[in-house]
Design a binder for this molecule. Structure first.
Ligand code: B4P
Length: 190
C-alpha cells in the first residue's frame, strides 16, 4: 500500500499514520519527524530547519526533498509506505511524482483528514501542554494554519484530479477515525 496522508496541523496525520503502519506493516515516513530528528542531532539541515519550523513556516523544498530521498533509499518500502506531512505544496507534489516514478513506487491513494480550525487549535494547545513541542505555541499554530490554507490545501485538488483522493471525517475518537480510514481504503489493501 502506497499512501499519502493529507490534513492540517493537528488533524491527526501523525497519530493515524502510526496506527496504519502497525495495521498494514509498511513504514511510516513523516517529514516532520525526519526534520525534528535532524534538529535534535544538530546536523546542518537541522540547524537550517529549526528556526523555520519554530515559526510555523515551511522548510525549503530542496531540504525536505533531500531528507525524503535519503529516507526512501533505505530499501524498506518494497511493500509500500505511509507518507505523512509530504507533499505540503504543489511543487513538492510534482517532485514526489517524479521521485516515485523513478523508484517505480507511485502513490496509489491519498487520504485527507478533515477537521475544523477550532478543534485543530484546541488539539495543538493540548499537545503544547503535554509535550512542549516548540512549534505548538499559539503564534506558530496560527501561522501553520495559514500556510496550510495557502499552500497545502491545493494539494488536495492535485490528488483529486488524479482520482486518488478520499476525504475522511477526522473528528471523533482516534480509533473511530482509524476505522473510517481503513474502510475508505477498502479491502484492496487489507
Ligand atoms: P508535522 O510534523 O507534519 O506536524 P503537524 O502538521 O503539526 O501534524 P502532526 O502529524 O504532528 O500532528 P497530528 O495531526 O497527528 O510538521 C511540523 C513542521 O515541520 C511543519 O510546520 C514544517 O515547518 C515542517 N515540515 C514538515 N514537513 C514538511 C514539508 N513537507 N515541507 C516543508 N516543511 C515541512 O496531531 C496533533 C495532535 O492532535 C496530537 O496531540 C494528537 O494526539 C491529537 N489528536 C490526533 N487525533 C485526535 C483525535 N481523533 N481526537 C483528539 N485528539 C487527536
Amino acid at each position: 500500500m502506497r499512501l499519502v496522508l493529507l490534513g492540517a496541523p493537528g488533524s491527526g496525520k501523525g497519530t493515524q499514520a502510526a496506527r496504519l503502519r502497525d495495521h498494514f506493516g509498511v513504514p511510516h515516513i513523516s517529514t516532520g519527524e525526519l526534520l525534528r530528528a535532524a534538529v535534535r542531532a544538530g546536523t546542518p539541515i537541522g540547524l537550517k530547519a529549526k528556526a523555520v519550523m519554530d515559526a510555523g513556516g515551511l522548510v525549503s523544498d530542496e531540504i525536505v526533498l533531500t531528507i525524503l530521498e535519503e529516507r526512501l533509499s533505505a530499501g524498506d518500502t518494497g511493500a509500500g509506505y505511509i507518507l505523512d506531512g509530504y507533499p505540503r505544496n504543489l511543487s513538492q507534489a510534482n517532485a514526489l511524482d517524479v521521485l516515485l516514478a523513478r523508484l517505480a513506487q507511485p502513490v496509489e491513494r491519498a487520504i485527507q483528514l478533515d477537521v475544523d480550525n477550532e478543534l485543530l487549535i484546541a488539539r495543538l494547545a493540548g499537545r503544547a501542554l503535554a509535550e512542549g513541542r516548540a512549534d505548538d505555541n499559539p503564534e506558530s499554530v496560527r501561522k501553520r494554519l495559514e500556510v496550510y490554507d495557502a499552500q497545502t490545501a491545493p494539494v488536495i485538488d492535485y490528488y483529486r484530479h488524479q482520482q486518488k483522493l478520499t476525504s475522511v471525517d477526522g473528528v471523533g475518537a482516534m480509533e473511530e477515525v482509524f476505522e473510517r480510514i481503513v474502510e475508505a481504503l477498502g479491502n484492496r489493501f487489507a
